[in-house]
Design a protein around this ligand. Structure first.
Ligand SMILES: *[C@@H]1O[C@H](CO)[C@@H](O)[C@H](O)[C@H]1NC(C)=O
Ligand SMILES: *[C@@H]1O[C@H](CO)[C@@H](O)[C@H](O)[C@H]1NC(C)=O
Ligand SMILES: *[C@@H]1O[C@H](CO)[C@@H](O)[C@H](O)[C@H]1NC(C)=O
Ligand SMILES: *[C@@H]1O[C@H](CO)[C@@H](O)[C@H](O)[C@H]1NC(C)=O
Ligand SMILES: *[C@@H]1O[C@H](CO)[C@@H](O)[C@H](O)[C@H]1NC(C)=O
Ligand SMILES: *[C@@H]1O[C@H](CO)[C@@H](O)[C@H](O)[C@H]1NC(C)=O
Ligand SMILES: *[C@@H]1O[C@H](CO)[C@@H](O)[C@H](O)[C@H]1NC(C)=O
Ligand SMILES: *[C@@H]1O[C@H](CO)[C@@H](O)[C@H](O)[C@H]1NC(C)=O
Ligand SMILES: *[C@@H]1O[C@H](CO)[C@@H](O)[C@H](O)[C@H]1NC(C)=O
Length: 517
């Protein structure tokens, strides 16, 4: 039946000579944003400057601004129901939660990603609807959009990442449309992520001969008992790309230019350094944007929403620092340069989040026992047909001093959905201590129903046996890891290590992969 409809539709489509894309349901009728038939002028527009408020939050200011000579419905009567933004299809990943506020109050409906029904294949918009604005209350209204990731950390967290810039514009410029309830009016505005410069540079700007060598450093530090995280090469290059785009955008807004684009200089695990150059009087024009840029760069590492579990216990520092060199690039040699190069600093300490697991009272602090769970699990095909294994690896660490510091590895508990159909998806555990090569099957032990706890017990590994040990959870393919493991992370499981006394139970989270913006 479906096939017949599809064929009929295909014939119709080709009969009309249109390139109708059946797979996605996008008709391709309107190649350009806002991807529909509507009047691009009307009573409303957005301020061309978007304000970044930290935490991946960007605010748009609405203006009532009726073009001269326009007296039709769109200019004189239309209301303002929704805001649409032209965004990259790659940002539309499952599970991303966007939020919005209107004049500081949560929007009545959360914004969402949508494929534009009449746009070309994959053309995507973010829609903020049910604004309820009209000619009398729209002027000055502020709509703020908070970008986030899904619980696995995937998603776009800056406007540079999110928006499809209009032709010729740099990253960070967004095309927007403001729709009336009947969708007939859609005045469009190109907006730009900008913070008004804090203080304009002093004195007249004139060409001097010095160069600002400006570096953005991402630095990780962690306290005792925490497995130190290292940035991956993929993260380094993604951060470098975003830094380059961020500075190009800032230079564009300051109506100036970069002397040498930002590129990755150091990717050492704990430090990522991305450097570029400005002629000093031009760097001075970009300097007022440095604070806002540093906040944006921080949200590349720690996106809005649940912070990545592998960074808990770490402090993330983003610095923008500049050195002045005497490279010769101009004719005049000034004794001293009065120009300030971009400088800023932002940091955030990430404490473990509070969750209602485990259900017993014990010390859940990471690092109390001499063992930890590695932050990423591996997967492999299961032993039983149609199943998959999620393998958690354990390592020895130097523990915090205290009563748990000299304990053995007795068992592990997982926070899991214990309702019948989900629970039946767990085939069992396959475990291997560091001193064994073969895996042994271990039947799962569920706590009383409602405790949402399943354990792999009777392990009793000493430090040597635990250091590199693996516990693989075998799940039937009919049950996804997201359905099985509970907690705020998608593709993540809470893994609770216990000693024999059950007083010590450091709690870890393992996810599939690090967040690459
Ligand atoms: C960001 O979010 C955190 C936690 O939700 C909050 O404590 C902090 O004040 C926010 N920062 C800004 C700049 O809004
Ligand atoms: C307004 O309309 C008049 C007459 O149609 C035209 O000459 C004028 O250029 C228009 N002004 C604008 C701003 O469109
Ligand atoms: C559309 O998106 C799909 C899935 O992300 C991708 O495989 C495909 O290449 C995209 N097509 C175009 C024309 O961008
Ligand atoms: C605009 O909306 C407000 C609140 O919904 C309403 O009280 C007001 O009458 C509306 N004004 C117009 C001109 O429609
Ligand atoms: C940034 O990193 C580079 C390379 O590691 C280093 O030379 C520089 O001193 C760092 N700057 C700051 C302010 O930490
Ligand atoms: C920097 O990169 C942008 C975009 O790739 C390019 O347009 C520009 O010419 C580059 N600037 C310099 C100085 O290389
Ligand atoms: C965590 O939750 C407990 C109990 O609900 C509460 O007492 C404590 O203040 C919370 N800690 C944080 C950091 O939110
Ligand atoms: C857990 O143990 C650590 C290290 O011994 C200690 O600092 C912390 O206070 C303990 N926490 C609780 C809740 O007992
Ligand atoms: C457990 O799974 C069931 C069935 O899929 C679902 O209805 C329930 O909401 C889940 N429980 C939790 C705590 O997520």
């Amino acid at each position: 039946m479906k096939l017949i409809i599809a064929i009929t539709f295909a014939l119709l489509a080709s009969a009309f000579g249109q390139d109708i894309i059946l797979r996605s349901g996008q008709s391709g009728q309107f190649p350009n944003f806002p991807y529909c038939l509507c009047k691009p002028t009307g009573a409303y527009r957005l301020d061309s400057t978007v304000t970044f408020k930290g935490n991946s939050t960007y605010c748009f200011k609405v203006r009532v601004s009726i073009p001269a000579n326009c007296s039709d419905y769109c200019c004189k009567q239309a209301d303002l129901k929704k805001l649409e933004i032209n965004v990259k299809p790659t940002c539309n990943v499952a599970g991303v939660v966007l939020t919005a506020t209107l004049n500081g109050a949560p929007a009545s409906i959360n914004p969402n990603f949508e494929l534009a029904p009449q746009g070309p294949l994959n053309s995507t918009i973010v829609k903020i609807t049910q604004l309820g604005l009209n000619l009398s209350n729209a002027d000055g209204a502020e709509i703020c959009l908070t970008l986030g990731t899904n619980r696995g950390g995937k998603g776009c967290t800056t406007l540079e990442d999110l928006c499809v810039p209009p032709a010729g514009a740099p990253p960070g410029v967004c095309s927007t449309a403001l729709f009336s309830s009947n969708n007939n009016c859609c005045p469009t505005t190109d907006v730009n992520n900008a913070i008004p410069p804090a203080a304009p540079p002093q004195g007249p700007l004139e060409q001097s001969v010095r160069i600002c060598v400006t570096c953005v450093n991402f630095t990780l530090s962690s306290g005792p008992g925490i497995i130190p995280y290292n940035f991956t090469p993929a993260q380094c290059s993604a951060y470098a790309k975003a830094v380059a785009a961020g500075f190009l955008n800032a230079a564009f807004q300051a109506s100036t230019e970069i002397f040498q684009n930002f590129t990755l200089e150091v990717c050492s695990g704990r430090v990522v350094s991305v450097c570029g150059k400005f002629e000093d009087y031009k760097g001075a024009l970009v300097a007022p944007y440095a604070d806002a840029l540093a906040s944006e760069f921080l949200s590349l590492v720690v996106p809005g929403g649940a912070p990545p579990p592998y960074l808990l216990g770490h402090t993330i520092l983003v610095t923008i620092s500049s050195e002045k060199s005497n490279e010769r690039i101009g004719r005049r040699l000034l004794q001293t340069s009065m120009y300030e190069c971009p400088v800023a600093e932002r940091s955030i300490p990430l404490a473990p989040s509070n969750v209602s697991f485990p259900k017993c009272i014990c010390n859940t602090t990471q690092g109390v026992m001499p063992f930890a769970t590695l932050p990423f699990y591996t997967t492999k095909t299961g032993v039983s047909k149609g199943s998959k294994q999620y393998c958690f690896t354990f390592t020895r660490i130097t523990p915090l001093s205290g009563p748990c510091a000299n304990t053995n590895f007795a068992k592990v508990e997982f926070w899991a959905n214990d309702t019948a159909p989900v629970r039946r998806g767990l085939k069992g555990f396959y475990v291997r201590s560091a001193t064994q090569t073969a895996f042994t099957f271990l039947s799962p032990t569920w706590s009383v129903s409602g405790d949402q706890t399943v354990r792999a017990t009777g392990l009793d590994w000493n430090q040597q046996q635990a250091n590199g040990a693996e516990i693989c959870m075998e799940l039937d393919n009919s049950v996804s890891l997201d359905a099985f493991c509970l907690g705020p992370y998608s593709m993540g499981c809470y893994v609770n290590i216990f000693d024999k006394s059950k007083n010590c139970c450091p709690l870890y989270t393992a996810i599939d992969a690090p967040f690459v913006p």
